[in-house]
Ligand binder design. Structure first.
Ligand SMILES: [Zn+2]
Length: 398
């Protein structure tokens, strides 16, 4: 469980990138050289082993380009901006960082939201949790980042509008752990955040999401329940579904897992809105996780033992085969049987053109909330248990 980034790999990537863009990359060369020099004077393999203040102050908050929460004053809350990727104007995207630094030493938990820009309940969950912490009574530290994909959040949309090679929309939750010298801004932004902010401050990490615009999900957690440290945390949520699956590379919680940091992803209902009822469940569960790690004292709140939890290891997708208006016949969290009709679709004349049935026994975990659909749109995801084990690389609407 090393915390050292693979510098050799980074350098090789950089060499390839600089050869490919020779003449245009003088700034990158200079920056990389200074970063290398900085790294060698501190810790050859870990450029993020100490906090770096850029000297800038934005809206009264200090800017860092690297953070070690151990450098922050204990027993206090700290609000900082992390300097993310540079934009075409030469300015940077800054992300908001809140650290509750306990009065005593202890474990460090990282809470992330805003990897997708339209998932507001995830942001509010993290804010509510941070606002309820009293650092004077804490051990260790909790660090929250609430607007990772800044340009996506500015437009309250899922993906990052990237201009590098013409207009482009990039899903930042396919980019982790990123590459500081990558070809796109989201890749570089992910690399900066992961290497210099998130990974160096995490003994455990939680990356909060919701469904996406046009596709609503219920409350559930995604995590590999075969990993004891992950299972121990996920079971502390009073939330009715668990998607026990390692999903695919490129998502943030798997980037943490790949470097030995236990991590998982809560899903908190619909995009674009605040679901106060679901938010409360995830705040309670996350507070339980902080108690589990000894960061916060006190009795556990409600956990998975206090609710009925359905655990599935696969999500059965039902995909539209026609265009038209979709009428759902089941609701989120309903149990369904194989052969059960779950939705119908009508054409512009009001005629039924498609009927959709479940192929599995399970529980409804997500539904298209935009009423119009075209062929290929996912309409329903049904969480179920697959006896021969889950597929890697399953898609789901995180
Ligand atoms: Zn998401």
């Amino acid at each position: 469980m090393s915390n050292k980034p693979d510098e050799r790999l980074d350098r090789r990537d950089f060499m390839i990138a600089s050869v490919a863009t020779i003449g245009a990359s003088a700034g990158l060369v200079a920056n990389a050289a200074s970063a290398s020099a900085e790294a060698s004077t501190q810790n050859a393999a870990d450029p993020a082993s100490a906090t770096v203040y850029t000297g800038d102050v934005i809206q009264g908050r200090k800017v860092v380009s690297a953070l070690d929460v151990q450098d922050l004053e204990p027993g206090k809350k700290h609000h900082l901006y992390f300097q993310g990727v540079e934009m075409p104007t030469g300015q940077h995207w800054y992300v908001s960082v809140t650290v509750a630094k306990g009065a005593r030493p202890g474990k460090r938990v990282v809470l992330v939201s805003g990897v997708h820009g339209d998932e507001m309940s995830s942001v509010h969950t993290v804010q509510t949790l941070m606002n309820s912490l009293d650092p004077a009574q804490m051990s260790g530290a909790v660090m929250a980042v609430t607007d990772v994909s800044r340009p996506a959040m500015e437009g309250m949309q899922r993906r990052w509008p990237n201009a590098g090679r013409g207009a482009d929309l990039i899903d930042m939750n396919r980019e982790w752990p990123g590459n500081e010298n990558g070809l796109t801004a989201p890749s570089r932004h992910a690399g900066l955040l992961f290497n210099r902010l998130l990974r160096p401050n995490a003994d455990a990490a939680i990356d909060f999401h919701t469904g996406t615009t046009g596709f609503e999900v219920t409350a559930f957690n995604i995590g590999g329940m075969d990993v004891p440290e992950v299972k121990a945390m996920v079971e502390l949520y009073p939330v009715g579904q668990v998607f026990d699956n390692h999903v695919y590379p490129g998502v943030l919680h798997n980037a943490f897992m790949d470097v030995g940091i236990p991590a998982f992803t809560p899903e908190i209902g619909a995009a674009r809105v605040l679901d106060r009822g679901m938010i409360a469940l995830f705040v309670e569960g996350t507070m339980n996780v902080l108690k589990h790690h000894g960061i916060v004292a006190g009795p556990m709140g409600r956990t998975g033992k206090d609710v009925s939890v359905f655990i599935g290891n696969s999500a059965f997708p039902i995909v539209a085969t026609e265009g038209g208006l979709v009428e759902h016949l089941v609701r989120l969290n309903d149990k369904v049987e194989p052969g059960q009709k779950v939705a119908i679709q009508r054409n512009s004349f009001g005629e039924v053109v498609a009927e959709y049935i479940s192929g599995v026994a399970g529980e409804v975990t997500g539904q298209r909330s935009d009423a119009m659909a075209e062929p290929g749109n996912p309409l329903v995801f049904i969480l179920f248990h697959k006896d021969d084990g889950p597929d890697r690389a399953e898609t789901y609407p995180e």
